[in-house]
Design a binder for this molecule. Structure first.
Ligand code: URA
Length: 437
């Protein structure tokens, strides 16, 4: 058999050919192991960007990436282990609510979460704003905790999918991040390696998301569901709107407070709706309910009777945090400075740009500009209005929470620019756009 050469793989893709699984495996092994130089991987990524990958190639890529590191083995835990992934949004604290909510309904949740970068936050950072909370756990503790309380949320370990680390760093500097196949393979390789039997995907569509419109989001969701299913995982996806931030709070500690309110049965309507919809998919895939409607009823009950909140308390305690934060949110860090942005005119809130609010929160210290940046857990933005609501002149639109004034002006400018007020009420689209399974 002819030896595979990286040059030929690049040429084949450049000419629009379809790579076979052995060629993809050769590339991923060589790229991760250092035998293929970065400039050749960069060239192939650009060829993929222009020529695309077929479904077969995308599945092959996810598979090879998944095999590049150590997968988490959850097989010693009984029942169906369910994971959930969101393609990233602003104010997306669903995992904080969904983990305890699904676990309170008997779903086994063994979840690996990432850290935030750029305008979107990461669940691991949000949880760490709870005093004492540890997201770094070794495998034995992780398994023990899931066995005991049915729920753990830990930070992703370094060797989960080394191929993704390598490829993402190269995509980031070669303008090849926003390719649907590369995103699908990247996300699914990590989900597969996290060891769950079932995966619920929240694929965001809108200005605050990777996928700016619904057809793009559908294409991504379809590919990810295909990859999951072809590797024997029960997989379902919801396409959901990400034009304005989810809920009202953006920033780590601020989002933890909002998640607690939601687990208590209150919280913003859109956050509650999304958590119920995703939680219902998790419960159905785990075999805890026959239909999504039946699951929603069960989950609503657990938000009302305190079971979901109590499960969050169990997780906080098990991971070293102080569960008293549930009764006394004052124990969570709070910023010293608060600056309010008010409406300059009256009418209806027609637009609140998720990307602008996310960037403002990052400038205040809530997010990382680079992987090395430190974050301020207390910083962020709290909105006072959702799109479609009436606004009177001088009414507060948002409060900026900050400890350092150094980039306050920039954040204020971003927040002011994020809001559009019009005389007529805007047309609003529903939060849950479509289900793909
Ligand atoms: N999130 C990921 O995990 N990977 C991508 O490629 C894009 C977003």
């Amino acid at each position: 058999m002819k030896a595979v050469r990286m040059y030929d793989i690049i040429l084949k893709k450049r000419e629009g050919g379809e790579l076979d699984p052995a060629e993809i495996e050769y590339w991923i092994k060589g790229c991760t192991g250092g035998t293929i130089p970065d400039y050749q991987t960069a060239a192939l990524l650009m060829a993929i960007f222009f020529r695309g990958l077929s479904r077969r190639e995308t599945t092959g890529l996810a598979m090879s990436m998944y095999r590049s590191g150590e997968a988490v083995d959850l097989s010693e835990l009984p029942g169906v282990k369910v994971d959930k992934h969101s393609t990233g949004g602003v104010g997306d604290k669903t995992t904080l609510v969904l983990g305890p909510l699904a676990a309170s309904a008997g779903v086994t949740v063994a979840k690996m979460s990432g850290r935030g970068l750029g305008h979107t936050g990461g669940t691991a950072d949000k949880l760490e704003s709870i005093p004492g909370f540890r997201v770094e756990m070794d495998h034995r503790d992780f398994i023990r905790q899931v066995r005991e309380i049915g729920l753990a949320v830990a930070a992703q370990t370094g060797n989960l999918v080394p191929a993704d680390k390598k490829l993402y760093a190269l995509r980031d500097v070669t303008a090849t991040v926003d390719n649907v196949s590369l995103i699908a393979a990247s996300v699914m390789s990590k989900k597969l390696a996290s060891g769950a039997d079932a995966i619920v995907l929240d694929v965001k569509a809108g200005r605050g998301a990777f996928m700016k419109d619904v057809p793009e989001a559908e294409a991504l969701a379809g590919l990810m569901v295909d990859i999951g299913k072809s590797l024997g995982r029960r997989t379902a996806a919801l396409i959901t709107a990400m034009d304005e931030p989810l809920g009202l709070a953006v920033g780590n500690a601020l989002e933890v407070r909002e998640a607690i309110e939601t687990l208590r049965g209150g919280g913003p309507g859109d956050l509650r709706e999304l958590c119920l919809a995703l939680g219902a998919e998790m419960a159905v895939l785990a075999g805890k309910a026959r239909t999504a409607a039946e699951a929603v009823k069960m989950l609503e009950m657990n938000l009302g009777n305190g079971r979901a909140l109590a499960k969050f308390g169990e997780m906080i305690k098990a991971q070293g945090g102080d569960p008293a934060v549930l009764e006394n949110p004052g124990l969570i860090p709070e910023a010293a400075g608060k600056t309010v942005v008010t409406a300059w005119t009256g009418g209806y809130l027609a637009w609140c740009d998720a990307m602008g609010i996310g960037l403002a929160a990052m400038n205040l210290g809530a997010g990382r500009e680079t992987r090395e940046s430190a974050i301020d857990p207390a910083a962020g933005v709290v909105l006072h209005k959702k799109v479609g609501q009436p606004v009177a002149p001088g009414e507060p639109l948002a409060t900026l929470h900050h400890n350092s004034g150094s980039r306050l002006e920039r954040a204020l400018e971003l927040v002011r620019r994020a809001f559009v007020i019009r005389e007529e009420p805007p047309e609003t689209r529903s939060l849950i756009i479509k289900k793909i399974n």
